[in-house]
Design a protein around this ligand. Structure first.
Ligand SMILES: Nc1ncnc2c1ncn2[C@@H]1O[C@H](COP(=O)(O)OP(=O)(O)O)[C@@H](O)[C@H]1O
Ligand SMILES: [Mg+2]
Length: 227
C-alpha cells in the first residue's frame, strides 16, 4: 500500500533534532577518543625513536591506545545500530528486541534481564517496530551512560489490544523533566527523552518516565496494536 510505505518512510527519516544529536554524540564520543588515540601513538613514536623508554612504558601506551580505539568502535557500532532499519520489515518484534539486547550487552559491560511474555501479536506494524526499537535503544544507552548500574530489565508483553515495553534499572535515578503540555522541557539535555516521547506519540502510544534520585528509573511505552 503506497500510503503505508510513505508513512513508514516518514517515520524512518531522521528528524532534525536526532541528526543534531548524532553529530554531537560522534563529536563527544568517538572523535574525542580517536584524537586521544592519535596522541598516544605520537608519544609512542617518539618513545621508540628515542633510547630512554623501557618496553613496559611502550606497552602501557599501546594498551591505552587499544582501549581508546575499542571504546570508539563500540560507540560507532552503537550509533550505526540505530540505522539498520530495513531489517525490521522482515523480523518479528521479539526477534528485534532480542537483537538490540544482545547488541547492547556486546558493546557494554552491562547485562539485561529480558522478559517477553507470550502471546505477543504475530505481526506488529513496521511503524510500531521502529518506535519501540528506537525507544529501547535510547533507554538502554541511558542506563549505560547515566544510571551507574550495570543491569537493566526489559519487559515486553501484550494486553487488551496494546503492546507494552518497559525498561527499568535500579540505578541513581533523576528528577524527570515535564515532557507534556505548555511547560514541557525544550532543553537540549533532554533530546533523548523528548525523542522517545515523540516516537511513542507517532504510533498513537503513551510514554512515561518514572524516576527519583536514588530510586532507579522506569521507562514505559504503551502502543495500540489494532489487531
Ligand atoms: N536511566 C537513567 N538513570 C539516571 N539518569 C537518567 C537515566 N536516563 C536519563 N537520565 C537523566 O536524564 C537526562 C536526559 O536524558 P536524555 O534525554 O536521554 O539525554 P542524554 O542521554 O543525552 O543526556 C540524562 O542526562 C540523565 O541525567
Ligand atoms: Mg539519552
Amino acid at each position: 500500500m503506497p500510503d503505508r510505505n510513505l508513512a513508514a518512510r516518514r517515520l524512518m527519516a531522521v528528524t532534525e533534532e536526532e541528526l543534531q544529536r548524532i553529530v554531537l554524540d560522534i563529536h563527544d564520543g568517538p572523535v574525542q577518543n580517536l584524537f586521544a588515540a592519535l596522541s598516544q601513538l605520537t608519544i609512542l613514536r617518539s618513545q621508540i625513536s628515542g633510547t630512554q623508554s623501557s618496553t613496559e612504558e611502550c606497552v602501557a601506551v599501546i594498551n591505552r591506545t587499544i582501549n581508546l580505539l575499542t571504546t570508539s568502535l563500540g560507540d560507532i557500532r552503537d550509533l550505526l545500530g540505530t540505522f539498520r532499519s530495513p531489517e525490521f520489515a522482515k523480523s518479528g518484534l521479539s526477534e528485534i528486541v532480542e537483537d538490540i539486547v544482545i547488541q547492547h550487552e556486546s558493546i557494554s559491560s552491562g547485562t539485561v534481564t529480558l522478559e517477553m511474555k507470550d502471546p505477543l501479536p504475530e505481526s506488529a506494524s513496521l511503524q510500531v517496530k521502529i518506535a519501540l526499537c528506537r525507544i529501547l535503544q535510547e533507554s538502554l544507552s541511558n542506563v549505560r551512560r547515566h544510571s551507574g548500574v550495570e543491569n537493566a530489565t526489559v519487559k515486553l508483553w501484550a494486553e487488551k489490544g496494546c503492546l507494552f515495553l518497559e525498561i527499568s534499572d535500579q540505578g541513581r535515578g533523576f528528577e524527570p523533566p515535564l515532557l507534556n503540555g505548555p511547560k514541557a522541557t525544550e532543553k537540549h539535555e533532554h533530546i533523548g527523552l523528548r525523542g522517545m516521547r515523540e516516537r511513542a506519540a507517532l504510533v498513537g502510544g503513551e510514554f512515561s518516565v518514572e524516576s527519583h534520585p536514588g530510586a532507579g528509573t522506569q521507562i514505559r511505552v504503551e502502543v495500540p496494536t489494532y489487531e
